[in-house]
Design a protein around this ligand. Sequence first.
Ligand SMILES: Nc1ncnc2c1ncn2[C@@H]1O[C@H](COP(=O)(O)OP(=O)(O)OP(=O)(O)O)[C@@H](O)[C@H]1O
Ligand SMILES: [Mg+2]
Length: 954
Amino acid sequence: MVGKREEKKRLLSDDSSITINDDGAGGAKFADEPEKDGCTTGILRALGLKEKKKPKKDMNKEKEFNDKFREISMLDKDSMLNRTGSPLSGLSEEEVKRRLGVYGKNVIAQVKPISWYKLLFVAFTHPFNIVLTIIATVSIATQDYATFAVVMFMVLLSAVLRFYEEHKSSKAFIHLKSLVKTTVTVLRTIKGVSTEVQIDIEDVVPGDIVPLKAGDVFPGDVRILESNSLFVSQSSLTGEFLPVEKGPDASEEQTTIFDTPNVGIMSTNIVSGSGIGVVFDTGCRTYISSISEILTSTQTTNAFDVGVKKVAYLLMGFGVVLVPIVIVINGLTTHDWVDSTMFGLSVAVGLTPEMLPMILNANLAKGAADMSKKKTIVKQLHSIQNMGAMDILCSDKTGTLTEDNVRLDSYIGGDKKELADVLRYSFFNSSFQKGLKNVLDNSIISYYNNQFAPGTADGSNKNHHEQEAIGHGAEVKPDERLIEGYALVDEFPFDFTRRRVSIILSQPESKGNLLICKGAVEEVLSCCTHLAVRDSEPILLTPDLKEQMLSITNELNVDGLRVLSVATKVFSTDIPSDYEYDVKNDEGGLTFYGFLSFIDPPKSDCAGAIEMLRGNGIEIKVLTGDNLAVARKICKDVGIDTTRVISGIELENASPEEFDELVERCTLFAKLTPIQKYNVVKALKKHKHTVGFLGDGVNDALALREADIGISVDTATNIAKDASDIILLEKSLTVINTAVRTGRITHANTIKYIKMAASSNFGNVFSMLIASAWLPFIPLKPLQMLTQNLLYDFSQISIPWDNVDEEYLKIPHPWSVRSLFKFMVFLGPISSIFDVGIFSYMWWYLGWTTEVTQSSFQTGWYVEGLITQVFIVHMIRTVKVPFIQRWASWQLTVNTVIIAAICIAIPYTPLSPYLLMEKLPAMYYPGLASTFVGYFLLTQIVKKIYMAVFGEWL
Ligand SMILES: Nc1ncnc2c1ncn2[C@@H]1O[C@H](COP(=O)(O)OP(=O)(O)OP(=O)(O)O)[C@@H](O)[C@H]1O
Ligand SMILES: [Mg+2]
């Protein structure tokens, strides 16, 4: 038995040494991905810029689960069913209702949304507010009640604003999550009859009986009761690549939870085989729930977030260095240490990128909402950024390039003539196999039902429905009368390395057991020794005949037909009934019967979509498990280059360097195993590409997880959906094109905010230093600075609604922290030049040089500083000339104009005395206007130079 298990392991995985070191985040790769950052600061964490400290594994809990699993694993089938109180036929509807009441929905605790009061609490205890509250407290101490009132008003306003935006974003995400439903099949007793029903995974209760089959994810912690070559991948939890066989038997060897041989852990999945299990725990009582905090905390890190954090660190680093200097310089020049300290604190507030997390979230929420309107559901938010950065899209063939509406075209023998046995055997194979049943099986069953049992009990209508269902994931059942007398004895389930499935049937009339093998032609031929001949005894399958069979396949393939082949073997009647069939020994010495060909025509919109993707700077690579000839034909039909193609076997033999080079060069990869798909994606990522992978099968799950953006479809297998970041409601490259566009818009709006925040804060650092050293009074009153900061924050809120240059949308944008720093260093100081400009104007021309005129000076700088900061977004957002060649969206334009108007108006309103401002005289405005125009002109010139030198802007 052990030998058999080992052999199956070997067959299932062609490289047992590989383990996936995957944090489940699908870690985005950007041009210069930084290392994970180790430092922690409370402020960053509270800002939402710092990951929560990774929780340690709770060893007590671990032990608790280990003990529970061991106890459960030792129970025999009946005791287990007793324990869960479930009949093998499934729970009744009433019982399910009762259990749902007791145990609740099957939802993992950490996945539940944050409650509104927590959000509100976080909004109020934000460090920005804490600094403001300190300022307010100091104001009370100095009996400056006006400042106190204004500052507390700001606390309230900023907290409410933050709460509102975050609440809105979080509601949007919850809504999106609810759009992707995972359904599972369970057995339920309905009106006294045991019935298979499809239910939402959230409605699974302890005690539910679940049929297990390839492609399923365990919908709870499940005790396996029956199995047939059931191989389970636990890579989502352990990182271990190799599937393990699980079955109903216990083992004394169990050392960890993952070793429990008869328990399927929630969220792990079935790679091949089949079985039956009973759910013993759901929701927050499952093992995954106990560790999901660990999983989610490791999942949040991706290169984009890490990069953003770096920026935040940097800006706050400025604050830490600058604030004491500013306090000391101002204290020494003004001798008013309280005021100077308050000023220092306000500078700290000004340099805190307190809007960053909120704008990022609002941007992502907006992006995700836009995508959901265009048939794209985002599961992992960071993937929206990646979507914009993607430059290679790997895709499988069926359903993406083709219509996924597979029809059986012919069934022929080795003489190329129709042979009924070929159809009959494959019908049995497809009908009885319990493992991975796909669209090819469905079309065989449907065809056979139609041919040999039309107008049956529920008539031809049924067949009509079945025909329609093919390609939409629905399983087609064989007509019972056509399989009467046959029963499944054993099965060697389908897997993507063997590329064939064999079943062993007991036959009526005491004939010997019949093995039927169906699969890829080469792979089936390799098990055959004989060739069936029409109306005669089988003949020896010579190498020549094998060649002939392969050339028939090729002829069919070059016409774009997918091909399967069938072979059989009859066992002697002497074989004892308890004989254990073994894939290694028994799947051999077969007689080859012939071929089935299937039509799977290319999608009509595919060629256009590929052209468009190419136009958007995205290269398509096709990664298929299917034959090279057929894949090549389909690729040709849809306009994918087929001059550089390669098959899995050739890749296998390449050295690591050659492998990387081949992966880069080739556009079509055929006959890949799941691990090879994964390796191709990995190699592309190593070459600094941002890689998307579109697939829907069990064989795509590893690659989906490895890709920067795993894309799947709503109708895909649960494993594939689970491993993806994005779910398409329609498997189509056109939909991806639209999603890419939205991704790029979101990316651009995020980047424009970050670049602007970084460069203007960088500039402010210089201006503060110069002003502090220059002026005999405080450059800005704390209240004025806070007002400036608050208004600036408001001006940023509409950025997610901004539009983006068409030129920008045409190419992928991998982003790098380096490019951000470069931008900051070039653009930041420009604002300081004009700050100094307005200082000089006010100092020398307007003569505001003394304590008496300091309020005018401060008001003047408040206006200039805010106006330039608010309008700079119009310069940064486009490579063209703003307002002349390009306009921002109306939301952004209106918002900036309103904020600017409020800014200029405040000194003339009754608020002015509270903010210690002066009405500015008319002569101030020529200075402001010149500064404004000068700033814009210089920025435009620098923009041109910057683009010429670095070839990029945003
Ligand atoms: N139902 C089946 N029964 C037997 N063999 C099958 C079956 N389905 C697929 N195969 C064999 O396995 C090979 C790989 O499967 P398949 O073509 O589905 O791979 P894939 O990578 O998912 O392809 P695609 O890119 O088209 O989605 C096929 O070429 C075929 O020979
Ligand atoms: Mg597939």
